[in-house]
Design a protein. Structure first.
Length: 208
């Protein structure tokens, strides 16, 4: 997982959520709808803990030292590690969450196979990502070279993500989508709708 510029700009990254609170609320709602309500869970690429903290996930994995420090200040137990080589034994978790990190994995398919490995039988993987094929996602793709955070990102379409998941051994996918407007212009949270293709922020839940 590529940790620059997140290691040097962790505070700026964390501040985005406060400055774009309606987009953040929309994203939280979409994730919460598909996240299991019980069981042992972990967030991979937990970042500064913005999602794990609000969703009650006590454990995270994060390669960036600066991000780990902020997440720990939010009360999350964070382990240094990468998605492609998770520091856990087989069949440990009831669910795994990944939010907006798939585009930064050096080997996305290996990361998803690792998630499959650490899940218990019938465990759930929930992934939130920027859908390149959505109208706003296309704009992100066009402009990513001018942004510090997304310059090295590889945005995926929902179809690509579904293909990765199938090859990693997952099944029974359910999609939700939100963020239909520029986050900076939002005056209230966007709705969460079924499917994908319109919303920039897509969440998929799939089973082992």
């Amino acid at each position: 997982m590529k940790i620059e510029p997140y290691d040097s700009l962790a505070g700026e990254y964390d501040g985005w959520f406060a400055g774009n609170r309606f987009a953040y609320e929309s994203e939280l709602r979409a994730v919460r709808l598909l996240l299991p309500r019980e069981g042992a869970g972990v967030e991979i690429g937990v970042g500064t803990g913005r999602f794990a903290g609000e969703l009650g996930i006590p454990l995270g994995v994060e390669p960036s030292k600066s991000m780990r420090e902020i997440a720990r200040a939010r009360g999350i137990g964070v382990i240094c590690g990468r998605a492609e080589d998770l520091p856990f034994g087989d069949s440990r978790f009831d669910y795994v969450l990944m939010v907006a990190v798939l585009c930064f994995f050096e080997d996305a398919e290996r990361a998803l196979r690792e998630a499959h490995r650490v899940l218990k039988p019938a465990g759930s993987l929930v992934i939130a990502f920027i859908d390149r094929e959505s109208p706003l996602g296309g704009t992100y793709e066009e402009r990513k070279g001018g942004t510090a955070f997304y310059r090295n990102a590889t945005f995926r379409s929902s179809e690509e993500v579904a293909g990765f998941l199938k090859r990693a051994g997952f099944r029974a996918m359910v999609f939700r989508q939100t963020i239909f407007r520029d986050p900076g212009s939002m005056k209230e949270p966007d709705p969460v709708r079924e499917g994908h293709g319109e919303g920039c922020f897509v969440v998929v839940r799939t089973e082992k």
